[in-house]
Design a protein around this ligand. Structure first.
Ligand code: ZN
Ligand code: ZN
Length: 111
């Protein structure tokens, strides 16, 4: 009977030890990534659709454009086609209204 002396684990179990990111760290990174995306598509949408609420027609300018929010028509805020076809610029009131109708989706205040 051969003895099992030569048995060695194929991989040292060190990989996991290198991956000691804390949960908090991961969440922080995710948040940072998400915020960057939000800023990007918000700017895009404002540029494409203009500083005007798509619902009530209220106009905004550089000073109060932070009151304009970007609504995702299909409710999926990961769906961000660069031509703006899934975005709608809504003022905070109309955006609220849109979501209280029971639509799922994002709520981005753009702060
Ligand atoms: Zn509005
Ligand atoms: Zn929305």
């Amino acid at each position: 009977m051969p003895q099992n002396r030569s048995f060695k684990p194929k991989r040292p179990l060190m990989k996991k030890a290198n991956n000691t990111k804390s949960v908090e760290e991961i969440i922080r990174e995710l948040k940072a990534a998400g915020q960057n995306t939000n800023i990007n598509y918000r700017q895009q949408s404002l540029q494409i659709h203009g500083l005007i609420c798509a619902k009530c027609g209220r106009e905004f300018d550089e000073k109060n454009k932070n009151l304009l929010t970007v609504h995702h028509k299909d409710g999926n805020h990961d769906n961000n086609p660069l031509d703006g076809s899934n975005w709608e610029n809504l003022c905070a009131y109309c955006h609220d209204d849109e979501h209280t109708r029971g639509l799922l989706g994002d709520y981005i205040t753009g702060k």
